[in-house]
Write a new protein. Sequence first.
Length: 32
Amino acid sequence: KADKVLETAPPTENELRILRDEVDPNGYVIGR
């Protein structure tokens, strides 16, 4: 059992752009 569960900050607009445009440009994993 985990002692603490930490939340991460939501991705920034730039991070989303990189994921959508460079990492997964065809939307196979991330979608839109």
